[in-house]
Design a binder for this molecule. Structure first.
Ligand SMILES: *Cc1c(COP(=O)(O)O)cnc(C)c1O
Length: 366
């Protein structure tokens, strides 16, 4: 009986860096630098350099990043923000936390990213911003979205939670809009030993404002200029991220190699894959496929000890949390199709060649 192959397994990676990370934890401990502080600042510098942006602000998670990015743009009640229906729900939370309204746009039937042709019809006098999502680690059509944003005087925010190291036309994501929001949740390509997130930007004003918002609306201790939040990154998280960042490009390359193998060697016509435009350099946070009979394929894979996951089974516009917005089935047909037929294959850097080959072989025999 062979071992289970899961969609994601974090153990291998953390064994690999355990010694280094524990040494770093010891330094944090000796310095009692548990909240913000030098270990977070060192990571912020490294991460900004990695993204090619002037600034990075470390936070407690990626959802907070999306929230304070909206606040830094002064988005609030009465405003509308456009975002894809096919994304993890947190893309919309930041908008809702400010009392603004998320407006969902369908994805294309092949790249599964926001459909540029369907954005402009959703723009109203209340629209303030577009959040583009580099979903599954693949960049969205940035030039297409930038052109629409420019023409209509809208801000652009990148949700890069699944895209640490993703490139678009050769350029690293993180600096294409006003701000980019990252998650360092443990399961992301760059994940902390704990919860964490961050924002990158080239704009000093946003940078200063984000620093204040994450720290109780305060620049000078105990003087509060606005209502703020406690969204700081912890020192242990910052220290673990600084170390893991050194390995990120290598881990991403291994994911790309596995993806290339899936793309070239899975030849079963019952399985459809995400289209990869030539300008997209995905880091394959997820490797999503679709199949007409998803449940049947899922059971078959499980019988063969392969355990895929679903990203995501319900599109944002049909979530119960948003039923007050009045969306109905049929409003975003491509995102709905995907939700009903998607399945995420095992994808992480520590998969062995044998495991990858087994996934391919089992899928070809389906
Ligand atoms: C993970 C994720 C988030 C939220 O990040 P957290 O750190 O879990 O709060 C936001 N958007 C997308 C697309 C994500 O995948």
């Amino acid at each position: 009986m062979s071992e289970k192959i899961n969609c994601l397994d974090l153990k291998g990676q953390h064994q690999q860096v355990k010694k280094e990370i524990f040494e770093a934890f010891e330094k944090v401990y000796e310095n009692t630098a548990f909240s913000g502080g030098p270990f977070v600042e060192m990571f912020e510098k490294d991460f900004a350099a990695f993204c090619g942006t002037k600034y990075a602000v470390g936070l407690n998670n990626g959802t907070s990043a999306l929230h304070i990015a909206m606040l830094a743009l002064e988005i609030g009640a009465g405003d509308e923000v456009i975002l894809p229906a096919n994304t993890f729900i947190a893309t919309a939370w930041g908008v809702s936390y400010t009392r603004a309204t998320p407006v969902f746009v369908d994805c294309t039937p092949d790249t599964w990213q926001i459909d540029i042709a369907k954005i402009e019809r959703e723009i109203t006098s209340r629209t303030k911003a577009i959040i583009g999502v580099h979903l599954y680690g693949q960049p969205f059509d940035i030039d297409g979205v930038v052109a629409i944003a420019k023409k209509n005087g809208l801000y652009l925010i990148e949700d890069a939670a699944q895209a640490q190291g993703t490139r678009y036309k050769g350029g690293m994501v993180g600096g294409f809009g006003e701000m980019a929001c990252f998650s360092f949740y443990p399961g992301k390509n760059l994940g902390a030993c704990g919860e964490a997130g961050g924002v990158t930007t080239n704009n000093e004003e946003y940078y200063k404002h984000l620093q204040s918002l994450r720290n109780h609306g305060s620049q000078v201790r105990y003087f509060h200029d606005e209502i703020g939040y406690n969204y700081r990154m912890g020192g242990l998280e910052g220290a673990s991220l600084k170390i893991k960042l050194k390995y990120l490009e290598g881990w991403n390359q291994r994911r790309k190699d596995i993806a290339r193998q899936y793309q070239n060697e899975i030849v079963n016509p019952k399985i459809k894959m995400q289209a990869q435009p030539e300008w997209a350099d995905s880091i394959y946070h997820l490797f999503v496929i679709t199949a007409e009979k998803r449940q049947e394929l899922m059971s078959y894979l499980n019988q063969n000890n392969i355990y895929p996951a679903l990203h995501y089974p319900v599109p944002c516009h049909l979530q119960k949390a948003y039923q007050n917005l009045g969306y109905k089935k049929g409003d975003c047909p491509n995102a709905e199709y995907l939700a009903e037929h998607c399945l995420s294959l095992p994808m992480y850097a520590e998969l062995t060649d044998e495991e990858v080959n087994k996934v391919i072989e089992v899928l070809n025999n389906y």
